[in-house]
Design a protein around this ligand. Structure first.
Ligand SMILES: *[C@@H]1O[C@H](CO)[C@@H](O)[C@H](O)[C@H]1NC(C)=O
Ligand SMILES: *[C@@H]1O[C@H](CO)[C@@H](O)[C@H](O)[C@H]1NC(C)=O
Ligand SMILES: *[C@@H]1O[C@H](CO)[C@@H](O)[C@H](O)[C@H]1NC(C)=O
Ligand SMILES: *[C@@H]1O[C@H](CO)[C@@H](O)[C@H](O)[C@H]1NC(C)=O
Ligand SMILES: *[C@@H]1O[C@H](CO)[C@@H](O)[C@H](O)[C@H]1NC(C)=O
Length: 463
């Protein structure tokens, strides 16, 4: 695969005050137990923590509706489902069958998507798609009839448990599709266009690494204030400049970080501000979190003996203990306005992350550190950092599609849920854990951290 080097350009097109952008958010007064979301409040769907490597949601497609589990991925834009005709050898998953859906319209337009790892190809289709009780008419997606390194890796199915993803829901900005195709309405666009939600936002609560099973939540069109503490702090999303579209364009959920400081009991011990802000992409489709070498080295120095001195063959660092002292934290500044890029250290939001919560448990009981270096992820392309699940699960995240910003707050841990979605296609029994991957298969996937599913663009961005 070819990696091109797009440049992040700051722009005055969306002039914002340098002060932190705060807007009133709809905070529900009701408790979690009786929240009873209405359409105005949005649709809430449970998220399944799949071995802390990927997060899965259940939806329905077709008429009559058939349930499917799909990975949620803020790092790409296309939505796709493995479809009848995809060979069992590459798609050992429940398949969408357009010929048994009275509302399916399969086009002759070929579509494909290339991820950091893996690919999927097929044709565009439109069909009815339902999420958390909201029904979208004529949602376009890819009916995938061939995949590589997606459901099967090294000859082994990635998922063999009770919850098996049949595809992926890309939640990035709709411009992303136009690399290859004319833009078309994404799920968020259609939820708005068809007046199913009243705010163009979706909120993601992955829950902590120890919360397995159906224990997270995504809300389309709403925010659940019971799942975070403090206030949401918003950071402006970065734009990109693309050859075909000279004006700055929203593509990824990338925000700028002007600083990362390592703290020990609230005392700053390393790091500080950067020469230039780092572009940090928030990607639920990537398991690990990748940062630049200099920043990583700073954290490495503080962790000292807790971290193995060199990476394994996959570029990941083992921890010598799963219990990093909780006194050790990183504080990451976020900019609210691109106008400040490189010119100021002012942070509009400060995220605090305990390094303890960055320990990812391996099948053998050892732990891997949730940060690694960007080199391995093929970095230096359209962002400096790729912050995946190891980072994101510590925060409550509001992806504000309408106002091009991301809200962050410290997540509150909550108990693993006991029930999966009812009528799920893959027959979840509910309960935490759920997955019954074979040990050998799990070991393979855990060591590879396979879900690097952000899209690395194969099109030309301007320099
Ligand atoms: C199917 O899609 C094509 C291309 O978008 C469109 O021209 C056609 O009218 C659609 N057919 C139906 C039955 O909706
Ligand atoms: C599926 O994709 C692989 C890799 O690109 C290719 O070798 C294979 O021929 C494709 N299979 C089909 C049925 O198109
Ligand atoms: C899960 O992790 C969170 C965050 O570290 C912690 O607060 C919580 O007590 C843990 N829950 C269990 C059951 O261990
Ligand atoms: C953190 O600070 C304590 C003293 O408050 C010290 O004993 C400990 O070694 C420090 N840890 C690191 C990793 O610097
Ligand atoms: C940024 O921070 C550095 C170090 O704290 C300081 O020397 C410098 O004056 C700051 N720059 C601005 C523009 O605030």
């Amino acid at each position: 695969m070819r990696f091109v080097a797009p440049f992040l350009l700051s722009t005055g097109a969306f002039a914002l005050a340098s002060a932190m952008v705060r807007v009133p958010v709809t905070k529900k007064a009701t408790t979690l137990a009786n929240r009873g979301l209405t359409r105005r409040d949005g649709a809430s769907l449970p998220l399944y923590n799949d071995q802390s490597m990927q997060y899965i949601v259940n939806l329905q497609a077709g008429t009559p509706p058939k349930p499917f589990d799909v990975i949620i991925d803020t790092g790409s834009v296309e939505f796709w489902l493995a479809t009848t005709g995809c060979p069992q050898s590459v798609c050992p998953v429940p398949l969408y069958n357009p010929s048994s859906s009275s509302t399916a319209n399969v086009t002759t337009t070929p579509a494909g998507i290339q991820y950091g790892l893996g690919s999927a190809n097929g044709n565009y289709v439109t069909d009815t798609v339902s999420l958390g009780g909201l029904t979208i008419q004529k949602q376009q997606f890819i009916a995938v009839t061939n995949t590589t390194d997606t459901f099967v890796m090294g000859g082994q199915p990635v998922d063999s448990g009770s919850v098996v993803a049949s595809g992926l829901m890309g939640l990035a900005f709709d411009y992303g599709e136009t690399w290859d195709h004319a833009a078309y309405p994404t799920i968020i666009d259609n939820l708005m266009n068809q007046k199913l939600i009243s705010q163009a936002i979706f909120s993601i609560y992955l829950n902590f690494v120890n919360a397995t099973g159906w224990s997270g939540e995504i809300i389309f069109g709403g925010i659940d204030s019971t799942k975070y503490t403090g206030q949401l702090s918003y950071a402006q999303v970065n734009t990109y400049t693309v050859q075909t579209t000279p004006q700055p364009t929203y593509i990824y959920w990338t925000v700028m970080s002007p600083s990362l400081t390592v703290m020990n009991n609230s005392v700053s011990v390393a790091g500080g501000s950067f020469l230039k802000p780092m572009a940090a992409m928030m990607d639920t489709g990537t398991t690990m979190s990748y940062i630049d070498v200099t920043t990583f080295t700073t954290i490495q120095k503080v962790l000292g003996a807790y971290l193995s001195p060199s990476p394994d063959s996959y570029g990941n660092y083992k921890l010598t203990t799963c219990n990093i002292p909780t006194s050790l934290t990183v504080q990451m500044g976020l900019l609210g306005s691109l106008q400040n890029s490189g010119a100021s250290n002012s942070s509009n939001a400060m995220l605090t992350l305990r390094l303890y919560d960055m320990a990812l448990k391996n099948p053998d009981g050892s732990c891997t550190f949730g940060f690694s270096t960007m080199n391995y992820a093929g970095g230096g392309s359209s962002f400096d950092w790729l912050l995946g699940d190891t980072f994101l699960r510590n925060f409550y995240l509001v992806f504000d599609y309408g106002n091009y910003r991301i809200g962050f707050a410290s997540a509150v841990p909550s108990a693993s849920s006991t029930n999966g979605p009812t009528g799920s296609g893959s027959g979840q029994q509910g309960g935490s854990g759920g997955s019954t991957r074979s040990a050998a298969n799990l070991a393979t996937t855990a060591s590879l951290f396979v879900t690097l599913v952000c899209v690395f663009l194969s099109l030309h961005l301007t320099l």
